[in-house]
Design a protein around this ligand. Structure first.
Ligand SMILES: NC(=O)c1ccc[n+]([C@@H]2O[C@H](COP(=O)([O-])OP(=O)(O)OC[C@H]3O[C@@H](n4cnc5c(N)ncnc54)[C@H](OP(=O)(O)O)[C@@H]3O)[C@@H](O)[C@H]2O)c1
Length: 157
């Protein structure tokens, strides 16, 4: 049965590939990230794979946008319920610990932690009974910054 799927961080990398896989398999997908040109390319790529693909794209900044006031109305205009939420968007700054600014730290934590919490919270009433929430993290979150020097903000988030 076709599922309603939300993928954050869809403009490139893992998210870009995931959206194509879901669209090709006939699921309806909402793809979100900041880069609207890449999202449009993604939509076209999905239509090449499946001419009936249903892909909604939204340029949205998870570090700055208001999830309740701006993102939720768009989600509600696409889906009556959500079956799969993939919190894939990730932000990274690679700098020595002492050089990471407050703004950088805030942006990393907004994208990697706070928006994941907030979006999941907002979607609770919208999830179907057997819904899945997939939070994509990093091995850096397990190993800390020993192996990944310069990634203290990324790995801790
Ligand atoms: N690739 C790896 O080896 C690896 C390893 C461990 C963990 N991961 C994790 O896996 C996930 C995907 O990795 P990836 O390598 O595919 O990442 P990527 O190529 O760097 O893509 C990150 C995605 O997140 C989006 N994003 C970043 N900041 C955003 C913001 N403020 N608002 C909305 N979207 C934002 C980017 O889109 P825009 O720039 O268009 O906004 C992009 O689509 C991330 O969470 C990453 O931490 C990846």
């Amino acid at each position: 049965m076709a599922k309603n799927v939300i993928v954050t961080g869809a403009s490139r990398g893992i998210g870009f590939e995931l959206v194509q896989k879901y669209a090709e398999a006939g699921h309806e997908v909402l793809a979100l990230s900041r880069n609207s040109d890449r999202l449009e390319q993604l939509k076209q790529a999905c239509l090449q794979l499946n001419p009936k693909a249903q892909v909604h794209i939204l340029s949205f900044d998870l570090a700055k946008g208001d999830i309740a006031a701006q993102l939720m109305p768009f989600i509600e205009s696409c889906f009556q319920h959500v079956d799969i939420l993939i919190n894939n968007a990730g932000a990274l700054v690679a700098k020595p610990f002492t050089e990471i600014s407050a703004e950088e730290l805030e942006r990393i934590y907004h994208v990697n932690v706070l928006s994941v919490f907030k979006l999941t919270q907002e979607l609770i009433p919208k999830f179907s009974n057997n819904a899945h929430i997939v939070n994509i993290s990093s091995v850096g979150g397990v190993q800390g910054s020993v192996k990944f020097s310069g990634l203290s903000a990324y790995s801790s988030s």
